[in-house]
Design a protein around this ligand. Structure first.
Ligand SMILES: Cc1cc2nc3c(=O)[nH]c(=O)nc-3n(C[C@H](O)[C@H](O)[C@H](O)COP(=O)(O)O)c2cc1C
Length: 344
C-alpha cells in the first residue's frame, strides 16, 4: 500500500489576524521562510510534505487550544479581539468578539494573502497545499447561512455562499503548477450540499476533498472524542458514491485501526484515510500500521538500520541526510501518487 510517508503540517495562518491564537504558526511574511528547512528535511528522508493554509475568521483571537479554546485573548494576552473578521457581523457565540463584516475589497485582500502564502509555501518546496475550509473557520463561515447573512454576491444562495471558496480555489490554481495537488478540507452542512460542493470543487481543479466537520456553531457537537470510530465516513462515502473518481475523497475521524482503514478503502467509501490524534500517541504509527498490513516501508537511515542491518557505503560517499528534528502532529503516506490510502 504505502510507499511514501509524508507529513502534512496543519494550520498555517495566511494573515496575522487569521490565526486562532497568537501562538499559531504562519506564512504571511518572508521571515517565515524557515519552512524550507522543514521541507528539506522531509525530502532528504524521501518523503512528500504538504501544508495547510487557513484563516480563522470570527473564531480568531482565542487562547491556545491546550489552554482554553473558548477563552478570548485580549490585547494584553496577545490577542486582537477588536480586529476579527467574518462574512457578517455575527459572533461565533456569546463571549466571542464581534467580527467586522468584510468588505468586498477585504475579501479580495484575503484571497491575495492566501495566494502570497501559497507562493511562499511553493518557494519553500512543499509538495501539496490544502485549504482549510472546515471547523467553523472563515471558509465555513461563508458557506453557512447561519453565519453568512450577506445580501451581496457572497451571501444568500448556495452559489453565492460558496463564491469565496471557489474564488480562492481559482486564485490558488492560477499560481500553482497543474501537477501540484490542491486539497480542500471541507464539509458544507448537509450531505446533499457537501456532494454539490465537491462537484464544483472538482471542476475548479481541487484534487482531493478532505471531509471533516463544519464546527460553525457552539451547539454543534464536534464528536472528536466521544463519537464512534469513523463517525464522518458517511459524508465521504456520499461524495464518493455521487462523484466516483471525479475527485479524490479523504475520510477522517477516529479511524484508528488498520482494519477500519482498510475496510473503508475496500468498500470504496474513500480514497484516502487521514489520521490525527493517533500520531500524537504514536509518532511511528505508519510503521505500526505497515507492520499490521505486511507493507514494506522506506525508513530514514537513522531509524531503519537497527532493524534492517547496516549497508556499508563506499568511504568516499558524501553524507547528505539531514538530522534536524521535525516537530509535527501528523504525517501521511500515499502510494506513488495514486492516493490509494495515506495517513495524516
Ligand atoms: C492537537 C490537534 C491539532 C489539530 N490541528 C488541526 C489543524 O491544524 N487543522 C485541521 O484541519 N485539523 C486539525 N485537527 C483535527 C484533526 O485533523 C482531525 O480531523 C481530528 O483530530 C479527527 O481525527 P482523529 O480522530 O484521527 O484525530 C487537530 C486535532 C488535534 C487533536
Amino acid at each position: 500500500m504505502s510507499e511514501y510517508l509524508s507529513y502534512l503540517l496543519t494550520w498555517r495562518a495566511s494573515a496575522p489576524e487569521g490565526r486562532i491564537s497568537h501562538q499559531d504558526a504562519g506564512t504571511w511574511n518572508d521571515e517565515q521562510a524557515a519552512w524550507a528547512k522543514v521541507v528539506e528535511f522531509a525530502h532528504s528522508q524521501n518523503q512528500k510534505i504538504g501544508i495547510q493554509l487557513a484563516h480563522a475568521g470570527r473564531k480568531a483571537s482565542t487562547l491556545a487550544p491546550f489552554i482554553d479554546p473558548a477563552a478570548i485573548a485580549d490585547e494584553a494576552s496577545g490577542g486582537w479581539p477588536n480586529d476579527t473578521v467574518g462574512p457578517s457581523a455575527l459572533p461565533y457565540s456569546d463571549g466571542f468578539p464581534l467580527p467586522k463584516e468584510l468588505t468586498k475589497a477585504e475579501i479580495k485582500g484575503i484571497i491575495k494573502a492566501f495566494v502570497n502564502a501559497a507562493k511562499r509555501a511553493m518557494k519553500a518546496g512543499f509538495d501539496v497545499i490544502e485549504i482549510h475550509g472546515a471547523h467553523g473557520f472563515l471558509v465555513t463561515e461563508f458557506l453557512s447561512p447561519t453565519s453568512n447573512k450577506r445580501t451581496d454576491e457572497y451571501g444568500g444562495s448556495f452559489e453565492n455562499r460558496i463564491r469565496f471558496l471557489v474564488e480562492l480555489v481559482d486564485a490558488l490554481r492560477a499560481v500553482m503548477p497543474p501537477t501540484m495537488p490542491l486539497f480542500c478540507r471541507e464539509r458544507a452542512g448537509s450531505r446533499r450540499d457537501t456532494v454539490k460542493l465537491a462537484g464544483v470543487l472538482a471542476e475548479h481543479g481541487v484534487d482531493l476533498m478532505d471531509i471533516s466537520s463544519s464546527g460553525n456553531h457552539p451547539a454543534q457537537r464536534v464528536q472528536a472524542i466521544s463519537s464512534e470510530p469513523g463517525y464522518q465516513v458517511p459524508f465521504a462515502a456520499a461524495v464518493k458514491e455521487a462523484l466516483g473518481n471525479k475527485i479524490h475523497v479523504a475520510a477522517v475521524g477516529r479511524i484508528h485501526t488498520t482494519t477500519l482503514a482498510e475496510s473503508i478503502l475496500n468498500k470504496g467509501q474513500a480514497d484516502v484515510i487521514l489520521v490525527g490524534r493517533m500520531f500524537l500517541k504514536n509518532p511511528s504509527l505508519v510503521w505500526t500500521f505497515a507492520e499490521e498490513l505486511g507493507v514494506e516501508l522506506h525508513h530514514s537511515s537513522q531509524l531503519g538500520w537497527p532493524f534492517k542491518g547496516r549497508t556499508r557505503a563506499p568511504t568516499n560517499t558524501p553524507v547528505s541526510e539531514k538530522k534536524q528534528q521535525v516537530v509535527t502532529w501528523g504525517w501521511y503516506a500515499y502510494s506513488q501518487g495514486k492516493l490509494s490510502g495515506f495517513y495524516l
